[in-house]
Design a protein around this ligand. Structure first.
Ligand code: PLP
Length: 384
């Protein structure tokens, strides 16, 4: 591997920036925030309702309920389905830790299945070996912006009467066989963490479902167990997890630009692909036909990942590893009983994945330059 001196005097390229998105829509966003301040209604008001309606329309679903975070959305969805102590939930160890923490928070146990090495998503062929009489649900994660294999997952769920909660935190607007994610399972969880494809300017999340009963449960759970319109009387033991009006007003603006942002991410991914294809030892993200990837992250696989990441950092290129330690290896989950080699593809992915700079306003020229530097680090030859 050659030492890279190409970056001398060049501007660094950030892994992700949220400010350019704000600057691009400053007028609309400032107006939306000012309107909330002037109305001075801050929680569960008309912006929240309008956002829920608009996001439900975007998804083509009957109900969206805002809440405080993607983590809360998962907990509320699982609790609405009656998942709790004594139950097991099939999911992955190669995900944001929030997925597992949410399952644990209900009292249930996350059971980790290995991933498909091409998509990094749950491998449907690994579900059966982990199923027990206590299994109640599956939480497939649409990781990095790409849908999991929902056909096989739903078939397995139906065959064994399991509930499905889709973790859509990284995949707003992604589609599988033309159908938008979040619409396959019983209920779906979205995060609006600022860096997500649909991001607020603080914490936020939502649950989406076509089931009136589940929607009613979530609407009570998120607000102390009160029935809508009946304050101060708790029907069930709920929590406080609501989407505030300022975040909802911001999200209404951002939702109008979601598809354009996803298209920009897909164009940048094509630019990476043009510049990086055919390099030995480098695997680019898969884009199978029918799987509309929205590139929350642009994740490549590299055998010499750690050395290359250092080389990129020295050249001013920001990268991250999503995720450096699988959940079953983290201290909080060591007692869940996954020995060496029990999740081989998960462990290999953690050693090899590298996320390159990706956000909708990232200049094409920066992608080309980051790719050129990566190419040089791998084989010492710049782009033709
Ligand atoms: C971000 C994320 C979450 C949690 O969302 P928060 O809003 O940060 O609580 C859950 N699952 C996945 C896959 C995520 O990427």
């Amino acid at each position: 591997m050659k030492t890279n001196r190409e970056a001398g005097g060049m501007q660094p390229i950030a892994f992700n920036l949220t400010k350019p998105g704000y600057i691009a829509r400053k007028g609309e966003i400032d107006d939306a925030i000012r309107e909330v301040l002037e109305t001075s209604w801050f929680v569960l008001g008309k912006n929240g309702e309008a956002f829920e309606h608009e996001f439900a329309t975007y998804l083509g679903m009957s109900h969206v309920l805002g809440c405080n975070s993607g983590y809360d959305a998962l907990v509320l969805a699982l609790r609405a389905l009656g998942i709790g102590a004594g139950h097991e939930v099939l999911t992955v160890s190669h995900t944001a830790v929030a997925t597992a923490v949410a399952i644990s928070a209900t009292g249930a146990t996350p059971v980790f299945c290995d991933i498909d090495p091409v998509t990094f998503n749950i491998d449907p062929d690994k579900l059966e070996a982990r199923r027990t009489p206590r299994t109640r649900a599956i939480v497939p994660v649409h990781l990095y912006g790409q849908a999991a294999d929902m056909g096989a997952i739903m078939a397995f769920a139906r065959a064994h009467k399991l509930k499905v909660v889709e973790d859509c935190a990284q995949a707003h607007g992604a589609r599988w066989q033309g159908q938008v994610v979040g619409t396959f399972g019983d209920i779906a969880a979205f995060s609006f963490y600022p860096t997500k494809n649909l991001g607020a300017y603080g914490d936020g999340g939502a649950v989406a479902t076509n089931d009136d009963g589940l929607a009613n449960q979530v609407s009570m759970l998120r607000n102390y167990g009160w029935q809508p319109g009946r304050r101060y009387i708790s029907e069930i033991r709920g929590v406080n997890s609501r989407l505030d009006e300022i975040q909802a007003a911001i999200l209404r603006v951002k939702l109008r630009h979601l598809d354009a942002g996803n298209d920009a991410r897909r164009r940048l991914a094509s630019t990476y692909e043009r510049h990086l294809s055919g390099l030995p030892g480098l695997v680019l993200p898969s884009q199978s036909p029918g799987n509309h990837h929205v590139f929350h992250l642009y994740v490549v696989r590299l055998e010499a990942r750690d050395d290359i990441a250092i080389g990129l950092r020295e050249s001013g290129i920001g990268t991250h590893v999503h995720y450096p330690q699988p959940i079953h290896r983290q201290r909080a989950y060591l007692d869940h009983g996954y020995g060496d080699g029990s999740l081989p593809e998960t462990e290999r992915a953690c050693q090899e994945v590298l996320s390159l700079p990706m956000y909708p306003e990232l200049p094409e020229a920066d992608v080309a330059r980051a790719a050129r530097i990566l190419r040089t680090l791998i084989d010492g030859r710049p782009n033709p």
